[in-house]
Design a protein around this ligand. Structure first.
Ligand code: HEC
Length: 140
């Protein structure tokens, strides 16, 4: 709710900025709120303890999400892992892991937000998923 209000104010200021001469709201003075702020919050509370704030993980124990070839290869799989966890052997950026990640018990909405955050943080350019993508991936 707060976020929506801040966005609305930002959009309002943005649309005023630059074209008038009031001098107090120009486009480059405004910091746009991150579209991934909600996902960042979910990440910091549910994922960062293992995958780290930087997304780099801990080699040998927790695989990285930053620039992870495994994460970026398959959005549907990313949704399923964020929702259900995973186990079994995997190779991420050439390093083998064979551990277990428990389900973090997130709502579908939080899964969507956190997946979009990790797909678009730390230099990742992984695109976005919608709530419909989440529902489809989890109904399989
Ligand atoms: C308790 C530690 C822990 C937490 C918390 C955790 N993970 Fe994981 N995660 C792991 C481990 C360990 C693996 C590797 C599992 C394996 O070897 O099969 C993994 C694997 C992954 C992978 C696939 C491998 C990769 O690096 O691309 C993704 C994506 C992922 N986690 C995302 C998340 C997200 C998103 C959250 C928060 C909702 C999260 N994890 C929370 C420990 C954790």
């Amino acid at each position: 709710m707060k976020f929506a209000l801040i966005s609305a104010i930002a959009i309002f200021l943005f649309s005023c900025g630059g074209s008038d001469d009031t001098g107090w709201a120009t486009e480059d003075m405004l910091v746009e709120p991150s579209p991934y702020a909600a996902g960042e919050k979910v990440y910091l509370s549910n994922c960062a303890s293992c995958h780290q704030k930087t997304g780099e993980g801990l080699e040998g124990a927790f695989p990285p999400l930053a620039q992870s070839d495994y994460l970026l290869a398959d959005k549907k799989r990313a949704i399923q892992i964020a929702a259900n966890g995973m186990d079994g052997p995997i190779t991420v950026n050439g390093v083998d892991y064979d551990a277990m990640m428990a389900s973090q018990g997130l709502s579908n909405e939080d899964v969507k937000e956190v997946v979009n955050y990790v797909l678009n943080s730390w230099g990742n350019e992984g695109g976005e998923v919608t709530i419909a993508d989440v529902e489809a991936a989890l109904s399989e």
